[in-house]
Design a protein around this ligand. Structure first.
Ligand SMILES: [Zn+2]
Ligand SMILES: [Zn+2]
Length: 704
């Protein structure tokens, strides 16, 4: 067989893109071996492009058994040896190994960042048998043909070992924390109650949950204080305009009442009109965090969802690599060519063409840099397939942000009209845009509205129309949502751009938090209580950030992985010692917390019969069937019960039925869309639904 160059990519989609870009006809041959795809590429010399499947290797414990800690010995091993359900990884590695045998040259073309570099490194080291020191590295930020061609013909001559070391350190440190503390908690609970439940916390998870608990505490302990304010409008040529009273709040009701009394129905005189123009500079390019924040604010997408969508757009060569913390757009990305590409599409044609008229394009940039990639930008390629609604939105947002950064400053004019009513001052405020500048490009996503005022002159009089006292209460601090939590993590410097969204998802899936406006569950509270008492280091932001900074320094060669690892272990040792000493107390606290949370999960709502009990999902001892019963049954006080479907899962929704107001459940069954169940036999909605279902099944039958 002819010798070839083996190119390793991070995932199958990327392999296909890269193969297409490098094949002289753009048509590589796809081969599938035991469900592992790879691509044969023809050009001056033959290439084989084989994908990884994300991480194929992972940190694994050296030693047997799971029922003890501390454990500090680990090695990197294929995932199928360390994890359940990773069997397919074995064949995957086998296929890569086989393709490596006849290769004479090796190129790593995984994503150029910590994770990607690590994936390529272990595949080259283990599956390809020690090729990590001879392999070259393709470095690129987009999967466009032009950039891939360049990255292939001018590769880096060796792997980026600083990135690899940083990646190793992160995975190893996270493993050490994760495995030891999770084991300590799980074992404590098990030894106390005899029951097994996985309790986990991670190096970043702990401090993140801690913010939420702190916020939850201040919300719960918040005592609202009453205050009063004035609400008023003036009449100008028959239209009502809202005005602000000079004093925003009153601590005493009397104060507000006095204003109402003196000014009600009176005529005011325009004392002063002040106009002020302010320049508003264009926005800065998106890094991943800013993109996630904007998409949450505009479309309500969670950070995780946005990063998944962005990843797909990247794989289709529509945008540059999204996992970046850069706010820079260097000229080398080719502004003109990108805009030319965008101008071929109907919806961006006009604006892109307008920018192309400008002689020298200069983007506004932010301060943050990323050694591996520029900020997120559109490649200028157009979609090859119709995009889904959400993909379309995120792509359009990225395109418009990109165009906006080249725009001129916008000029806003604000106007403040001071109206004097019997010695009291009211302010009428207007806002308008004198020059759109960059806003033209970003228009659909600009959230400030103009407030136009009619022409007014100093000395004129206006009539106060509405004048009311408003009774208010001070509000507790707002709850975090996934987006503001991600921002907070960024601010305090814990986690990485690639992992923050996942950390938040994990907190949800562990049931430590719930709801979009995040509420901490009792279990979440209890976990933090235990950690706070017995190993506060795990939830300390300072310690976490310090470690984070050290790991960053490995990337710039100013710190060594070995040192960071040694330090992490030294810190962990006393924490684990403490956990061991407190084992009985921790076990009791956690077992009770788990028990409570399991009961809580089964509570459906109040009992409509006895009004004092709670309806709960119960299991019959005899038949093992599940049903809804009242908690007062155990006191022989209430016999209320309702049947439940026996297949699938049922979960209390804590939302009243729209038909009857009873509590509802969410039922999920395999192969069916989840539905909301009202268990009230006499619910008016039921009759409706029965009829609808009958109709549907009739229709189905007749269409068959
Ligand atoms: Zn009852
Ligand atoms: Zn109902």
């Amino acid at each position: 067989m002819e010798k070839y160059t083996l190119i390793i990519t991070e995932k199958p989609d990327a392999a296909q893109r890269i193969a297409q870009a490098l094949d002289h006809k753009g048509k590589p041959k796809k081969v599938e071996e035991k469900n592992v795809p790879y691509f044969l590429v023809k050009r001056d010399k033959p290439l084989v492009v084989v994908p990884a499947l994300g991480h194929l290797y992972t940190v694994a414990h050296i030693g047997k058994g799971r029922n003890y800690y501390p454990v500090f010995n680990f090695k990197w091993a294929p995932r199928y040896l360390a994890e359940k359900g990773a069997k397919h990884i074995r064949t995957w590695i086998e296929v890569v190994s086989k393709m490596a045998k006849n290769a004479e040259e090796f190129i790593d073309a995984c994503d150029y960042d910590v994770e990607g570099s690590l994936i390529g490194y272990y595949l080259l080291k283990y599956a390809c048998e020690n090729k990590e020191n001879v392999a070259k590295r393709m470095k690129f930020s987009t999967l466009t043909r032009g950039e891939l061609e360049k990255a292939y013909s001018e590769p880096l001559l060796k792997l980026d070992f600083a990135l690899i070391e940083a990646g190793r350190a992160r995975h190893e440190v996270d493993w050490l924390y994760g495995v030891n503390i999770s084991r300590a908690l799980t074992l404590a609970a098990k030894r106390w109650s005899g029951k097994y439940a996985t309790l986990s916390t991670g190096r970043v998870q702990g401090p993140t949950l801690n913010f939420l608990v702190a916020r939850e505490r201040s919300i719960r302990s918040f005592v609202p204080v009453p205050y009063w304010s004035i609400r008023a409008t003036v009449d100008i040529e028959g239209a009502a305009y809202e005005v602000d009273y000079e004093k925003k709040t009153f601590e005493k009701r009397m104060g507000a009442d006095a204003v109402v009394k003196t000014c009600k129905g009176k005529i005011g005189k325009i004392e002063k009109i002040e106009k002020k123009s302010t320049q508003q500079r264009p926005p800065i390019p998106f890094d991943l965090g800013a993109l996630q924040t904007e998409a949450y604010g505009l479309f309500g997408y969670t950070p995780k969802r946005t990063s998944n969508i962005a990843q797909r757009l990247y794989l289709e060569a529509l945008i540059s690599y999204p996992r970046t913390s850069s706010q820079k757009l260097p000229p080398v990305i080719g502004y003109q060519a990108i805009l030319k590409g965008l101008s071929k599409e109907r919806s961006h044609k006009r604006l892109a063409s307008e920018l192309l008229q400008i002689g020298e394009l200069k983007p506004r940039e932010g301060a943050k840099e990323d050694p591996a990639h520029p900020a997120v930008y559109p490649t200028g390629n157009l979609p090859e397939r119709p995009l889904h609604e959400s993909e379309r939105r995120v792509w359009d947002l990225i395109v418009r942000r990109f165009m906006a950064v080249f725009g001129e400053p916008a000029i806003k004019q604000s106007m403040k009209v001071t109206i004097n009513v019997n010695g009291h001052r009211f302010y009428l405020r207007g806002r308008r845009i004198l020059k759109k500048g960059w806003m033209k490009f970003y228009k659909p996503y600009i959230r400030t509205e103009e407030v136009m005022l009619p022409p007014l002159k100093e000395g004129e009089t206006v009539q106060l129309k509405e004048l009311l006292r408003e009774d208010k209460f001070t509000k507790p601090p707002p709850r975090y949502n996934p987006s503001s939590l991600l921002k907070k993590m960024e601010e305090v410097g814990i986690g990485t751009k690639a992992t923050r969204a996942d950390t938040i998802e994990t907190l949800y899936s562990r049931k430590y938090i719930a709801e979009e406006r995040i509420v901490v569950t009792d279990l979440g509270f209890d976990i933090i209580d235990v950690l706070h008492k017995y190993c506060s280091g795990v939830i300390s932001v300072e310690l976490t950030r310090e470690l984070e900074e050290k790991m960053e320094q490995i990337q710039t060669n100013s710190e060594k992985r070995e040192n960071v690892l040694f330090e992490a272990v030294e810190r962990l040792k006393p924490m684990l010692e403490q956990l061991k000493q407190g084992e009985a107390a921790i076990g009791e606290a956690l077992s009770n917390a788990i028990k409570r949370s399991r009961i809580q999960e089964r509570i459906v709502g109040g009992c409509p019969t006895c009004k004092t009990g709670k309806l709960m999902i119960l299991y019959s001892r005899k038949t093992r069937k599940r049903f809804i019963g009242c908690t007062n049954y155990f006191k022989n006080a209430c016999q209320t019960s309702f049947p439940l479907p026996q297949r699938g899962t049922v979960k209390p929704l804590h939302k009243p039925c729209k038909g009857c107001g009873w509590s509802t459940l969410l039922v999920k069954m395999k192969g069916r869309r989840p539905w909301i169940l009202c268990f009230n036999e006499n619910c008016p909605k039921k009759e409706e639904r029965r009829k609808r279902l009958e109709m549907q099944s009739l229709q189905k039958r007749s269409s068959k």
